[in-house]
Ligand binder design. Structure first.
Ligand SMILES: [Fe+2]
Length: 287
């Protein structure tokens, strides 16, 4: 039976190596998130995904819809993603506040952009177009940052608030990205969360990261998605739940990917934290 409502509990990233195990074992996952780019040239995997989507809620997270591209959206790619979306009818569609294509060339990374009136116009126009083509709300994800732009004229949170106001899009709040950016750029992660429009947040992400020491003695956190969630990210997640309430939350793990049971244990931990935060909040209100 198809579940039409995304549960507020935690889901896990479904990667190609998990497809057979999920179809055979039907693990008790609340929902799965997929990258459509992994299925567009793989009809066998797309068939398996269609079967999985009949039994689990699926969220589509595109890493190739480049809403920040100064040379325009890649409409060929957008319409290919739309075909997959039409086939599996996901409960949620998301992508990054970034650019990864330039004049038709795919770049290997999600690249940042300066927060200015000009980029606000560009991103808002692109999100309007994406939402028109897909016929559904797009969830825009905050990036992990390693360097600030001296050309930015507003903070990232002001930029996101204005994009939401102009386009009616939703936000995907990546809690780990906030921790990474706050460390690397030297701002307060909790204050960042306080500045987000809570009612627009339709999903949260949690992913593993690693700290590297620079020759200068300072440290930089790299958003590797290759290890368990860090205790500091769990703490920030608890704060985000206290601020926004529970939201569907994804455990992101994109390289050195473990067996699905490991991901499900991380998802259960996210659920337990959310329950504990809500209990605490209820207790605080009652007292
Ligand atoms: Fe993320």
């Amino acid at each position: 039976m198809k579940h039409r409502v995304m549960k507020t509990s935690a889901g896990v990233g479904l990667r190609l190596q998990h497809l057979s195990a999920v179809l055979e074992d039907r693990p008790s996952a609340a929902w799965f998130e997929i990258h459509p780019e992994n299925y567009l040239a793989n009809p066998h995997a797309a068939e398996m995904l269609a079967e999985i989507s009949r039994h689990y809620p699926v969220s589509v997270h595109s890493v190739g819809i480049s809403v920040g591209s100064a040379t325009g959206l890649d409409r060929t790619h957008l319409y290919r993603v739309k075909s997959l979306i039409d086939a599996i009818d996901p409960v949620l569609v998301s992508g990054h506040l970034a650019w990864s294509t330039h004049e038709g060339e795919y770049l290997n990374d999600l690249l940042p952009l300066p927060y200015t009136d000009e980029s606000l116009d560009l991103i808002s126009d692109h999100i309007d177009e994406v939402q028109d083509v897909l016929g559904r709300a797009y969830h825009l994800e905050n990036p992990s940052n390693y360097l600030g732009f001296t050309g930015s004229t507003m903070p990232e949170t002001a930029f996101l608030n204005e994009v939401v106001r102009r386009t009616g899009c939703k936000l995907l709040c990546d809690v780990s990205n906030i921790h990474v950016s706050a460390h690397n750029l030297g701002y307060d992660a909790r204050r960042y969360i306080d500045e987000l429009p809570g009612e627009a947040i339709g999903e949260m992400h949690l992913g593993g990261f690693e700290m590297e020491m620079e020759p200068s003695g300072s440290s930089v956190i790299i958003d590797t998605h290759a290890r368990p969630i860090d205790p500091q990210a769990w703490d920030l997640y608890a704060y985000a739940v206290s601020r926004f309430g529970p939201r569907p939350t994804l455990i992101e793990w994109d390289s050195a990917i473990p067996a699905i049971d490991v991901l499900l244990r991380e998802a259960a931990k996210a659920d337990a934290i959310a329950v504990a935060v809500l209990e605490e909040t209820r207790h605080a209100v009652a007292v």
